[in-house]
Design a protein around this ligand. Structure first.
Ligand SMILES: [Fe+2]
Ligand SMILES: [Fe+2]
Length: 180
């Protein structure tokens, strides 16, 4: 009987320790998150005098593309689907591919450090996802993929602008209507 009581007590102590450990771990993780979210994502040492110019160019591209995405999301239907699939492939060939390359070669490497590495890596993964979606749209021509492309592009743009606003404010705040 005494042995059983000791075993029960030991089990209770183990359970209590695990509960306390998990509670503490959660608190530590949430504190780290708060600290991280308050922290700037770009190290001041990474700043280069040419960065505001390239960011302004990216803002301009983003706003033009954003306007086109709005038009596609608003007007896509079974009748217009094929036209918008072609427009997206054209958009990739004529502007997006250059924009992505510019970010990948001239911007991201210059601002990457150990703190923002995973954030920038996610942006690079999104570039790959967007490209494969464009290829899929070009061959399969599905409305759902077009809508997915629009939302992924918008999400990606918003994430990039989190970084860019640390370098220069958005000078293209007023979105002008675009023709597609
Ligand atoms: Fe990008
Ligand atoms: Fe971009």
């Amino acid at each position: 009987m005494k042995n059983v009581s000791i075993i029960v007590l030991v089990i209770l102590v183990i359970i209590l320790s695990v509960v306390l450990y998990l509670k503490n771990k959660k608190q530590v993780e949430s504190t780290q998150y708060i600290r991280k979210s308050k922290k700037s994502r770009i190290n001041r040492k990474s700043y280069q005098p040419w960065m505001p110019n390239i960011c302004s160019k990216f803002y301009k591209d983003h706003h033009e593309v954003w306007g086109k995405l709005n038009v596609i999301e608003r007007d896509i239907c079974d009748e217009t689907k094929d036209m918008y699939c072609s427009k997206i492939v054209e958009m990739w060939d004529s502007e997006l591919s250059k924009h992505f390359k510019d970010e990948e070669i001239n911007f991201f490497p210059s601002i990457t450090d150990s703190d923002n590495k995973s954030f920038i890596n996610d942006l690079l993964i999104e570039h790959k996802k967007i490209l494969s979606l464009v290829k899929k749209i070009g061959t399969e021509r599905k409305k759902l993929d077009v809508l997915h492309f629009c939302s992924l592009m918008k999400y990606h743009i918003m994430k990039e602008e989190i970084l860019m606003t640390e370098i220069v404010p958005d000078t293209y705040k007023t979105r002008t209507p675009v023709k597609l």
